[in-house]
Design a binder for this molecule. Structure first.
Ligand code: HEC
Length: 326
């Protein structure tokens, strides 16, 4: 399905897990006292016919009420291809309504600090089924308070069963961070676990499917939201370039945005055209930066990708290099 993503990288993952709390998942603590916004206005209940999930999962899940106005910092913003909503419109789901969706308790080791934590979760398949998803949508995009982003295709949601964390050790996000954790992972965390689906351990960059500080979910169609990367110089991409694009979307786009309006995180301020110029004109630098940014630039903030194979670096370089007109 995602051959590049599936390559077994257990050792690298173990290293990444070990340093996970201190690195990427840091997010600014935006959870100040709840702000009062204008009065709650329930957006009309949308037809169940429009809810039919393309996933074929959770078809009987209850509908999630969405509101036009934010009532709390703990509301989850939902946008994108929502039936009955204007393009670009933002709706808000309340924590208490999310907690009425089908819930599961999981025991996760080391997810939120040392030791085991019991977490209450809603699987994204059930969340997707409870949202008024427009036909053709195939992707859930998460954005975080610190500019980090994550991409979940519905096939990924089906196969790897990612979930939304509502409680850690029985406590909701108003009580976060849990004891022993320096950074507040709220308002929402998405994650995957090998204890739920063993093949999660084989994902090349599972960390990118575990964002903290998630504030917004967008329902999208992958080939539209990443449209530019499927047209222009990339329209007739061969197998190697396609693999590079897949790595880009599922890993690099967590921090890199572009070209133009293509979805991605904002942790990197480097324009796509600069990366493309590097991939074309200085491919050795480009490759080394991916593997070990600090080795090249001591102040680099980008995380290292020492687990990438030569073939994966070839694919990324070939893909990104096309971003500059010949
Ligand atoms: C965790 C966030 C993050 C991820 C994931 C990430 N980057 Fe970066 N990247 C950055 C940031 C931040 C910068 C800006 C320079 C810096 O501080 O390292 C950057 C800069 C770069 C640069 C430019 C270096 C320069 O000379 O300015 C390249 C090339 C690059 N990234 C490639 C990639 C590729 C390819 C991937 C996917 C394999 C990737 N990055 C994944 C955060 C990230």
């Amino acid at each position: 399905m995602f051959p590049v993503q599936m390559l077994s990288r257990l050792g690298a993952l173990a290293r990444r897990f070990a340093s996970r709390w201190s690195q990427r998942r840091r997010c600014s603590d935006s959870r100040v006292a709840p702000v009062r916004y204008s009065a709650n206005r329930r957006v009309g209940v949308l037809s169940l016919v429009l809810l039919l999930p393309s996933l074929g999962l959770g078809a009987n899940a209850p509908e999630l009420p969405l509101y036009a106005d934010r009532a709390s910092d703990l509301d989850l913003a939902v946008t994108g291809l929502l039936a009955g909503a204007d393009p670009g419109a933002r709706r808000y789901a309340r924590w208490s309504d999310l907690a009425r969706l089908p819930k599961t308790k999981l025991r996760l080791a080391g997810e939120f600090g040392p030791g085991e934590q019991e977490v209450t979760v809603v699987f994204l398949s059930d969340l997707w089924a409870a949202l008024p998803v427009q036909g053709g949508a195939d992707t859930l995009l998460a954005t975080c308070s610190d500019g980090y982003a994550a991409v979940y295709l519905t096939t990924f949601i089906r196969d790897y069963r990612p979930f939304l964390v509502l409680e850690i050790n029985g406590q909701g996000p108003e009580k976060w961070p849990p004891a022993g954790l320096r950074f507040n992972p709220g308002p929402y965390v998405l994650s995957v676990a090998a204890s739920v689906v063993p093949s999660v351990a084989e994902l090349i960059d599972a960390g990118h499917k575990r964002p903290w500080g998630v504030t917004t979910l967008e329902i999208a169609r992958l080939e539209s939201r990443f449209g530019a990367l499927f047209g222009g110089p990339w329209a007739r991409a061969g197998e190697v370039v396609r693999q590079g694009r897949e790595l880009w979307i599922h890993s690099c786009a967590s921090c890199h945005r572009g070209p133009a309006e293509v979805f991605g995180g904002t942790k990197s301020d480097r324009p796509f055209a600069l990366l493309a110029a590097q991939a074309r004109g200085a491919p050795d630098y480009f490759r080394r930066y991916i593997i070990d940014p600090k080795g090249l630039v001591p102040t680099a903030k980008m995380e290292a990708h020492p687990h990438y194979t030569e073939a994966q670096l070839d694919a990324l370089t070939a893909f990104v290099a096309l971003g500059v007109a010949p």
